[in-house]
Design a protein around this ligand. Structure first.
Ligand code: ZN
Length: 165
């Protein structure tokens, strides 16, 4: 008899999840939505959650507390910066919490997040909106399957509810 699949590197895992802050405020949830599908070991989800899901089977419910260093990092770097709207493409569909790519002095690209929008300016921060936040996950594993060669090569799952391209 085949052993029941467990969450491990190279497996595509589907989960229902609720993410809360320490105070119980819901930040994100798959409730009423398709489960989240990710490729284990590929950094698709925050490292602290990935670690705590390893070894679990379908049906398992996992309550994982993830410190910032294993989540979205500590708050660091400079204060948020005001950038004129004109430095974004005219048709850019900007919204608060959006990730945008910025270019450093040596041409290297790095992510920043939109904090606030006004008619003329965009306030951007190099910290992820959840930097410095301890994450409280409540996760239920709904499906585990082996990743295809193509998924392994791309570093993400394919199929319904997953990455489309
Ligand atoms: Zn792909």
């Amino acid at each position: 008899m085949a052993k029941a699949a467990a969450v491990a590197d190279g497996m595509v895992v589907s989960v229902h999840y609720t993410l809360k802050t320490e105070d119980g405020e819901v930040i994100d949830s798959s409730d009423g939505d398709e489960p989240l599908m990710y490729l284990h070991g590929a950094g698709n989800i925050v490292p602290g959650l990935e670690k705590q899901l390893a070894g679990h089977a379908v049906g398992d419910r996992v309550k994982a507390v993830v410190e910032p260093e294993d989540g979205y990092g500590e708050h660091s770097g400079d204060e948020p910066q005001m950038v004129p709207r004109t430095s974004f493409p005219e048709d850019a569909d900007l919204y608060e919490g959006m990730e945008v790519m910025a270019q450093g002095p040596d041409g290297e690209m790095y992510p920043m997040w939109v904090v606030e929008l006004t008619d003329e300016h965009v306030l951007v921060d190099e910290n992820h909106p959840l930097a410095g936040v301890t994450l409280h996950f409540d996760v239920q594993v709904t499906e585990i399957r082996e990743a295809t060669k193509e998924e392994m090569a791309h570093g993400h799952p394919h199929g319904p509810g997953a990455h489309a391209h």
